[in-house]
Design a protein around this ligand. Structure first.
Ligand code: NAD
Ligand code: 6OD
Length: 500
């Protein structure tokens, strides 16, 4: 079945072949909001129409979420867990619809959506259904001044209404990563997905309806960021906490908005991640690993290394081997089994990435491969593809080495000493993720401690145990999510002291 055949439903009011992506408020889809186009990045066609939520719609969504709070908090934990598992099963039941929707919005290969995005969307609900059952709190016994005893224990309280604001690169994965622990902890949510990728969030709302999530517990508003649904939501006095994934600059804007209501915030932001390759690393596996890390999802992964440091004895050989990997990538239609590289998300993002391709040359880079746009001679020329690109020869102070590009591109620099590469890796305003490639275990431990990031992988990349702390240092974020860390953000401990 083609993507458009799966999505061609609910057509009233939209052009034939387009899906309507409506706001979901208080348990119902509503026919309100200003329409905006959702573009398929493979060929630039409009494949869906979403409806921008204004003040009134966002206000109703927040009010519905507040109204639902008492009921959602009070239902037995096992019942809440059953709902989370039902959301996971609902995603799995409509797996092909979710894959088709994610592919239509992002242009990513079907193989990526069906092996990463959608399975993780379901897994996030299952993991937090289990995590909440295992959650513990603190307990302290104390002496009292009159010679008696008292007991202290903490109870977890949900914040209340949580705004979930998510980006376009891994749409369902990143959204459910936050919705699941928020709901598990007893909060209700208002979701604002990226305007570029509203489809899987809308399917999730359909699943919520299908599995009978109580009305008002999960609400969805579509729209943009500044002066639109995103900003309206973050400024709304009825929102108690904001969880956000996206650009660091947007994080600053949301932080300002959140300061008015002293709202709790959790931010997963940008990165300029280093990969450090020592000469003793297994060569072929390392080249494969770095190629995967740099080019997966067309480099649109916050954890992707855009700075690769390679120990000098293997530098030239490594550059040649990574070049061969980049040149073997096959950009193309998402449904083709041999496609390994999708387009960038939008024309605007492509312009940004191509400007960096130009800037690198102006900054003195040697372009090892890429630097332009592939030509297909068909409709894909209207899409937003770029060539996978590798540079060498840039100064560490170059903007292309300092700024997050978020495309299929890296700079490779040689290094001679461990201390030198650690300094270079840490010379960044970001501190999200690093990978270290070596067969020397002591060195791996040492360098992992020395590099200032929230997540380090050794001889692997993006290998995820969802119980582990996930988040960034410096401008890469505030707070940690994952396992108990998520539960600690989505609830607050309140102490109860009992004098015996
Ligand atoms: P973005 O910040 O432009 O947008 C993210 C979301 O925020 C969208 O839903 C957008 O509509 C909304 N938004 C924008 N301005 C807003 C405002 N003023 N108020 C409220 N909402 C607003 O990010 P993007 O371009 O969608 O995503 C790419 C960025 O996300 C990259 O920087 C990437 O590194 C980062 N990212 C980080 C992680 C992580 O885990 N650290 C994961 C994925 C992506
Ligand atoms: O795996 C995750 O839980 C996660 N938040 C990944 C983020 C990827 C960034 O693009």
């Amino acid at each position: 079945m083609t993507v458009s055949a799966v999505l061609a439903r609910d057509l009233g009011g939209a052009a034939a072949g387009q899906t309507r992506l409506r706001n979901f408020v208080d348990g119902a889809f509503i026919d309100e909001g200003k329409p905006f186009d959702v573009v398929n990045p493979v060929d630039g066609t409009v494949h869906a129409r979403a409806y921008e939520a204004d003040d009134a719609i966002v206000g109703r969504a927040v009010a519905a979420a507040r109204q639902a709070l008492d009921h959602w908090r009070a239902i037995p934990l096992n019942e809440r867990r059953r709902f989370l598992n039902a959301l996971a099963s609902g995603i799995e039941k409509r797996f092909d619809d979710f894959v088709a929707a994610e592919v239509a919005d992002t242009g990513k290969p079907v193989s990526v959506a069906s092996h990463l995005d959608i399975p993780r969307g379901a897994a996030n609900f299952r993991v937090f259904a289990d995590a909440i059952a295992a959650a513990s709190t603190e307990f302290y016994e104390m002496d009292t001044h009159d010679g008696g005893r008292a007991l202290n224990y903490a109870v977890r309280r949900p914040h209340g209404v949580v705004a979930v604001i998510s980006p376009w690169n891994l749409p369902l994965l990143l959204l459910t990563w936050k919705v699941a622990p928020a709901l598990a902890s007893g909060n209700t949510v208002v979701i604002k997905p990226s305007e570029e990728t509203p489809s899987t969030a809308t399917l999730l709302a359909e699943v919520a309806q299908e599995v009978g999530i109580p009305r008002g517990v999960l609400n969805l508003v579509h729209g943009f960021g500044p002066q639109s649904a995103g900003e309206i939501l973050t400024r709304h006095p009825g929102v108690d906490a904001i969880t956000f994934t996206g650009e660091s600059r947007t994080g600053s804007a949301i932080m300002r908005a959140a300061s008015d209501g002293i709202k709790a915030i959790s931010f997963e932001l940008g990165g300029k991640n280093p990969a450090v390759v020592f000469a003793d690393a297994g060569f072929t596996k390392t080249v494969d690993g770095i190629a995967h890390a740099v080019f997966s999802n067309t480099g649109q992964v916050c954890l992707a290394p855009e700075r690769v440091y390679v120990e000098r004895p293997i530098f030239e050989r490594f550059v040649e081997a990574l070049k061969a990997k980049a040149e073997a990538l096959k950009p193309g239609w998402p449904q083709s089994a041999d496609t390994t590289l999708g387009p960038l998300i939008s024309a605007e993002h492509r312009t940004k990435v191509l400007n960096y391709y130009k800037l690198a040359v102006a900054e003195g880079a040697r372009v090892v491969t890429g630097g332009g746009v592939p030509r297909f001679g068909d409709a894909r020329d209207n899409g937003f593809f770029v060539q996978p690109t590798i540079w060498t020869g840039l100064d560490e102070s170059a903007r292309c080495v300092k700024e997050e590009i978020f495309g299929p591109v890296c700079h490779i620099a040689p290094f001679d000493e461990e201390a030198q590469v650690v300094r270079a890796a840490n010379d960044s305003v970001y501190g999200l993720a690093a990978s270290i490639w070596t067969s020397d275990l002591s060195r791996a431990h040492r360098v992992a401690r020395a590099i200032e990031v929230g997540i380090t992988w050794v001889n692997c990349w993006f290998l995820r145990d969802l119980r582990t702390p996930f988040g960034g240092l410096k401008m890469s974020g505030i707070g940690r999510e994952g396992g108990v860390h998520s539960l600690n953000f989505y609830s607050e401990p309140s102490n109860v002291c009992i004098k015996l």
